[in-house]
Design a protein around this ligand. Structure first.
Ligand code: SF4
Length: 249
């Protein structure tokens, strides 16, 4: 990374940090040696009954978000969907064509495969889990052609940094027992790693969100199973681990 890229990375990190702290109550940042206003850093614990309302409030807060360039070209803001009290949460990298046109996560062909795997391998209904993405708006290779299929791309690092406060708050509200990261991009962003998906998958990580230690597992993106059906075996192995975790707890 050269000096310019490093500076851009630092600015991106700082922007994401400030957006996150603003959500948590920071109202002012000191410009000199004057004491910094102490942000509220401990997220409020939301009761089960309060989770739908907390998610709805978060949705309203960001539905018109323009914190990164993806906001200017999206058709729909794809917040996420599922049970606010879910024990299992899935996180992908960002919406694709179908999601951008409907406002729902994972509903294209990859989403249909995910739904089938959730129901047949883990043994729960899709609606019992919560499904979201790191970026809430559609990353496109050519942003001038939102109605063209095959125009999807993974979100850039700075887009993910801008959007991370939303998924972080979703996790803090839902407080799932386990999170499954779908694909390399989501896994690297959440686990803060540059390893490939085959190094990251098939093992549990413990991450703290709010006051809760949450188990995190990464697996291959369902879209990779569509390109190469032999990849389904990895999804199956990792989903069996999730099934066993949910059954044991
Ligand atoms: S991707 Fe996230 S940060 Fe960027 S505009 Fe959409 S909601 Fe805002």
């Amino acid at each position: 990374m050269d000096a310019r890229e490093e500076l851009q990375s630092i600015i991106g990190d700082l922007r994401g940090y400030l957006a996150q702290e603003k959500n948590r109550g920071l109202t002012q940042v000191a410009r000199s040696k004057a004491p910094v206003i102490t942000p509220v850093t401990t997220p409020k614990v939301v009761t089960n009954a309060g989770k739908p309302e907390a998610l709805a409030k978060l949705y309203q807060e960001y539905a018109a978000c323009l914190n990164c360039p993806l906001g200017r070209t999206r058709k729909k803001f794809v917040f996420g969907e599922g049970d606010p009290n879910a024990r299992l949460m899935f996180i992908g990298e960002g919406p694709g064509f179908d999601e951008d046109h409907t406002g729902r996560p994972f509903i294209g062909k990859a989403g249909q495969l995910l739904t089938k795997a959730i129901e047949t391998t883990i043994g729960i209904k899709r609606a019992e889990a919560y499904i979201g993405n790191i970026t809430k708006c559609h990353p496109m290779k050519d942003p001038g052609k939102p109605d063209m299929r095959g125009n999807d791309r993974p979100p850039a690092a700075e887009e993910m940094v801008s959007c991370l406060p939303i998924i972080t708050r979703q996790i803090e509200i839902i407080q799932p027992d386990i999170i499954c990261l779908l694909g390399r991009t989501a896994a690297q962003a959440i686990l803060k790693s540059s390893d490939g998906i085959h190094q990251l998958r098939n093992k549990f990580y413990t991450m703290k969100y709010g006051s809760k230690d949450i188990q995190v597992i990464a697996t291959i993106h369902p879209a990779n199973c569509l390109y190469d059906p032999s990849n389904k075996k990895y999804l199956w192995v990792d989903f069996k681990k999730i099934k066993n975790f949910l059954a044991a707890d």
